[in-house]
Design a protein around this ligand. Structure first.
Ligand code: DOR
Length: 432
């Protein structure tokens, strides 16, 4: 592989604090130099004048649906959506059909990623056999075959004894347990956040306690076991004090928040748009404000999309019957840039930190997530003033279940580079 020079970009590398007009030189798939411009006669050159260059985004929470629901997404389509969204590494949630709970499943994901993916795919395995919450998987075996984390996401682990043992294994093998916190008894038949709008709209509510009691339980179990706990899709302000306290006490806990929980409130449910039906449900304005504060004060370590593709046939049902989830890879940056940065709520550097080095640290992937010399050359180029129209055609994903359909946002992903190779440029995937 030859050289690539990205010239005249505004280079923002949150890991090092760099924010300046500079050039990035890539050689053999890794970062060779960032700084003053250099000349190299045989290099490919990208003139990035007017663009931001930063480390490629990392998503620790992506539903790729393969194997089992290839009508919604595949590793091929999901990684193309990732590239179009500026993501260079995504982590595959194992709630597929079958669930990834064995070395066979892991080998399938890794081999499909090898043949079909255009960005890096990191597999997780489930914590319990078939995600049934009863029998713990073969942790050591699965770590050996490439699992970088364990999660029953889509379902909570209701049995605290199982969670305790999972966290003990996580300490032993130094891998995180990624935790979907939801007490199913408290959640009951609820489909939206319990509050003013659930009452007004006549939809059954899920109380915030359904999330926060499990966060409280699991940080306590993490403290006791010294395991590595990652709280997924934190959505309610009541969960935050537990995470803050645990972090202050040195418990090994990290947390993520989704773009939708950071930018939407349950007031939007007045539309009855089933694309707003997600689990955990979107909270109220006080929840959204508290999540933004928690992002700013580092209680929350990273932004994760929870990209959850569903067909339009499934989403085109009465609210109570539609499945939970929305796609997120391609809208993440424009949504967050428009709602948080343009509005002055979050500095650009902070947003980029939470999409690059923040998630890299959660999984221990550094120097990925940075532009350090020697790091894999995973880079995204952004145009902060370009508008994007969110239409079904905007999506490389097989699904387009997005509440932003029909909106115009600001902040476009222009090019995505993975290990020094241009994989996406100006709305085109550059095929292998
Ligand atoms: O909204 C969601 N969709 N939340 C989950 O926990 C699972 C996910 C899915 O798999 O569709």
């Amino acid at each position: 592989m030859g050289k690539l020079i990205i010239r005249n970009a505004r280079v923002i590398d949150p890991a090092s604090g760099r924010d300046e007009i500079a050039s990035i030189v890539v050689a053999d798939g890794v970062i060779e130099h960032v700084g003053a411009d250099t000349n190299s006669p045989h290099a490919d050159v990208i003139d990035a004048t007017g663009l931001v260059a930063c480390p490629g985004f990392i998503d620790v929470h992506t539903h790729l649906r393969e194997p089992g629901r290839e009508d919604k997404e595949t590793i091929a389509s999901g990684t193309r959506a990732a590239a179009a969204g500026g993501f260079t590494t995504i982590c595959a949630i194992p709630n597929t059909s079958p669930v990834i709970d064995s070395q066979t499943g892991l080998k399938f994901i890794l081999s499909r990623a090898e043949s079909d993916a255009v960005v890096n795919v990191i597999p997780y395995a489930s914590v319990t056999r078939c995600q049934q919450g009863e029998e713990i998987v073969e942790f050591g075996d699965l770590v050996h075959y490439g699992a970088r984390g364990f999660t029953d996401d889509g379902h909570p682990i209701m049995n605290a004894e199982i969670m305790r043992r999972a966290l003990e294994y996580s300490a032993m093998f130094d891998v995180p347990i990624l935790d979907h916190c939801e007490d199913i008894h408290l959640a009951g038949e609820g489909v939206v956040h319990e509050g003013f709008y659930s009452t007004k709209l006549g939809l059954k509510g899920i109380p915030p306690l359904a999330e926060s009691v499990q966060v409280a339980r699991d940080v306590e179990l993490a403290a006791f076991t010294r395991g590595r706990l990652h709280i997924m899709h934190v959505s309610k302000r009541q969960s935050l004090p537990h995470i803050r306290r645990a972090k202050a006490e040195g418990v090994r806990v990290t947390a993520e928040v989704t773009p939708h929980h950071l930018t939407l409130t349950d007031a939007a449910l007045e539309s009855f748009d089933t694309n707003l039906k997600v689990n955990p449900p979107i909270g109220d304005a006080a929840d959204r404000d508290a999540l933004i504060s928690a992002l700013l004060d580092d209680t929350i370590d990273c932004i994760a999309t929870d990209h959850a593709p569903h067909t339009d046939i499934e989403k085109d049902q009465p609210f109570v019957d539609a499945p939970y989830g929305m796609v997120g890879l391609e809208t993440a940056f424009p949504v967050l840039y428009t709602s948080l940065v343009k509005s002055g709520l979050v500095p650009l550097r902070k947003l980029l930190e939470k999409m690059t080095i923040g998630p890299a640290r959660v999984l221990g992937l550094e120097p990925r997530g940075s532009l350090a010399v020697g790091a894999p050359a995973d880079i995204v180029l952004l145009n902060l003033s370009q508008e994007v129209q969110i239409t079904p055609d905007f999506f490389f994903s097989k699904s387009f279940n997005s509440p932003w359909l029909g909106s115009t946002l600001t902040g476009a992903v222009i090019m995505t580079v993975v290990s020094g190779k241009l994989v996406y440029s100006h709305r085109q995937i550059i095929e292998k």
